[in-house]
Design a protein. Structure first.
Length: 97
């Protein structure tokens, strides 16, 4: 991965989602730098996330472990979200009822 957030291409959509979800650029940079989970997200994109164990080991807190980003095949950050792990597995929140 890249060393700094300034080297990354963050789409307008991802920037908007960061603002809506209260995710700071520093948090996004830490997510990109420390991510140790990569899951295929379709259309050659990947979901990246920091595991709870790694977040604890690096003393980063659980907040970073509950955050995920979708990266396109060219490395651009497409969107970011809070990840909810439940008994059915990893899930994006599907909006409010």
């Amino acid at each position: 991965m890249r060393d700094t957030i300034s080297e990354l291409h963050v789409t307008k959509h991802a920037t908007l989602r960061c603002q809506q979800r209260g995710i700071r650029r520093e948090d996004l940079a830490a997510l990109i730098f420390y991510a140790d989970i990569e899951v295929p997200a379709g259309d050659r994109a990947i979901l990246i996330q920091v595991s709870k164990a790694r977040a604890r080991q690096l003393n980063l807190g659980d907040g970073l472990a509950r955050m995920g980003a979708i990266l396109s095949d060219d490395g651009a950050i497409v969107t970011v979200a809070r990840i909810h792990n439940n008994r059915r597995g990893r899930a994006w929140r599907r909006g409010r009822n």
